[in-house]
Design a protein. Structure first.
Length: 163
């Protein structure tokens, strides 16, 4: 039993590393991001989450070709130097492996950074939402056990009765 627990404890860092790596890859491959968000705000588009879901976001077309070759959808009509400054601010001017190594280093030092969409640190956001998360976790555990234990007893009684 002790050996089993030790194996499981030694697997924790590798499991966390795998989860972090998969999340990093998904975020890098997903469309959008902080640069697109700021560009949309710059162009006066509605960046409200519900408007993006319902399809009522304001889309303005501009006829200038300043950034027609840009990799960002909302970059049309935006000065190239602004795009470069945003990429530098958010770290997208560096290669992916540099960003990945920096992210791992920051996580090891418990430096989770600042939210791109809210003017707060991630630690503040976690502290703000932790009581609700703990409450939901405790209530769901209580409800699960209040349902699972009686169902298990009932199942055990019916199995014994059929023998």
């Amino acid at each position: 039993m002790r050996q089993y627990i030790l194996k499981r404890l030694l697997l924790i860092p590798f499991t966390l590393w795998g989860i972090i790596t998969v999340n990093f890859a998904i975020i890098q491959l997903a469309p959008g991001g902080p640069v697109d968000y700021v560009l949309a705000q710059y162009r006066g588009m509605n960046t409200d989450t519900t408007s993006q879901i319902t399809g009522t976001a304001d889309i303005q077309q501009t006829s200038t070709n300043d950034s027609s070759s840009s990799k960002y959808v909302g970059a049309q009509g935006v000065p190239e130097d602004l795009i470069k400054a945003l990429e530098q601010q958010f770290g997208f001017d560096k290669p992916w492996y540099y960003r990945y190594a920096k992210m791992i280093k920051d996580y090891v030092c418990f430096d989770f950074g600042k939210s791109y969409y809210r003017d707060k640190t991630i630690t503040e956001l976690i502290k703000e939402r932790l009581p609700v998360s703990v409450s939901l976790g405790l209530w769901s555990t209580l409800i699960i056990y209040l349902i699972a234990i009686p169902l298990g007893i009932k199942k055990a009684q019916t199995d014994v009765g059929s023998i």
